[in-house]
Design a protein around this ligand. Structure first.
Ligand code: ADP
Length: 317
């Protein structure tokens, strides 16, 4: 096309070719942007409507670049704060152990050496001190475990999920009244093996614990590989179920739906740990349930590119 002539002077054929050319240029830039490339720019080489559109596209790309930079800053800040919080929890939990040991120890001395001088009421107080200290010990251990998850990161390895689940079941060592069915055809996954075993162990233990049936049935299956690059696993039980209002709450720290001594007791930290591990694997966890209808826990694990394993990227979730 003759570069000298303006659109006003073009014949229909020339105008069509000119329009197509300009639109193709702008669409190509937009498709690069849609794929996440913000280094591109539309060329503003005419003073007509296409020049104005190109300027508009460039202004949009500039805005997107600024937003991306702000996002990256926020992510770094958030990670730093999380890390500081984890360090803080670790130090506090660790330091609480020593005075707690002293409380337990002296309560024990009182019980053993002064039992003939302490009346029944006093014995009851001592028993309660010991129980409270035990519970605090449990809470501290769970908090330490929670903070360890953020502090110690094992390398990712490839493992057959079926094998990992079988190993977990041996570790959990379910009693006679529990039947666990693992479906065939489990995929190979890239994961922090120890942590993912912890996820399955926790979900299986809960499925046994919050279950009042004579035969406790737990089904573990693979729901498939989804478009967003994740394998989805399901742990289903025939237990007591959960009210709809609490389906999100149970994943928060220290949230138990029962009195502390009911259903074998617990600290309400387990599912929070599970959620944290699942997040570290680029996935999410949710539950479907209704009272007396059993519960179905779903969680996903992002498939890792072998070359990326061990990089920081996998933790940016
Ligand atoms: P913990 O078992 O120590 O209380 P978790 O974080 O593992 O802590 O679980 C939080 C709460 O979620 C439990 O106290 C229980 O009320 C509920 N829950 C967890 N798993 C199940 C399940 N499979 N069926 C019914 N309720 C469950």
């Amino acid at each position: 096309m003759n570069a000298e002539i303006t659109p006003d002077e073009m014949n229909t054929e020339e105008l069509r070719a000119y329009t197509e050319n300009k639109l193709a240029d702008i669409l190509s830039v937009l498709s690069d942007v849609a794929l996440g490339d913000l280094t591109v720019e539309a060329s503003v080489d005419s003073e007509d409507i296409f020049g104005s559109v190109a300027m508009g596209v460039n202004a949009m790309i500039k805005g997107l670049r600024e937003l991306k930079a702000q996002d990256a800053e926020k992510t770094i800040l958030l990670e730093k704060t999380n890390q500081e919080l984890e360090d803080f929890v670790y130090i506090v939990s660790h330091d609480l152990k020593a005075p707690l040991r002293a409380i337990t120890g002296f309560a024990q001395f009182l019980k053993e050496d002064y039992h003939d001088k302490v009346d029944e009421q006093g014995q009851d107080y001592l028993r309660r001190i010991a129980e409270g200290a035990d519970r605090m010990h449990q809470l501290i251990n769970d908090l330490l475990e929670l903070s360890r998850i953020g502090r110690h990161r094992n390398p990712f390895v490839e493992i057959d999920a079926g094998e990992l689940i079988r190993r977990t079941i041996v570790f959990v060592n379910p009693p006679e009244d529990v039947k666990i069915v693992v479906s065939d055809g489990m995929p190979a996954i890239f994961c922090d093996e120890v942590r993912l075993q912890q996820v399955f162990a926790n979900l299986i233990t809960n499925a046994m614990k919050y279950n009042d049936k004579d035969e406790k049935i737990i089904e573990i299956s693979w729901a498939g590989y989804s478009e967003n690059g994740c394998d989805e696993f399901i742990v289903r039980d025939n237990g007591i179920g959960i009210e709809e209002a609490h389906l999100d709450r149970i994943f928060k720290i220290f949230q138990r739906l029962h009195a502390k001594e009911e259903y074998g007791g617990g600290t309400g930290v387990g599912l929070n740990i599970v959620r944290k591990i699942v997040k570290q694997h680029g996935g999410k966890i949710w539950v479907e349930s209704a009272p007396a209808e059993g519960s179905v826990f779903h969680f996903t694990v992002r498939r890792q590119d072998k070359d990326q394993t061990g990089t920081e990227e996998q933790w940016l979730v």
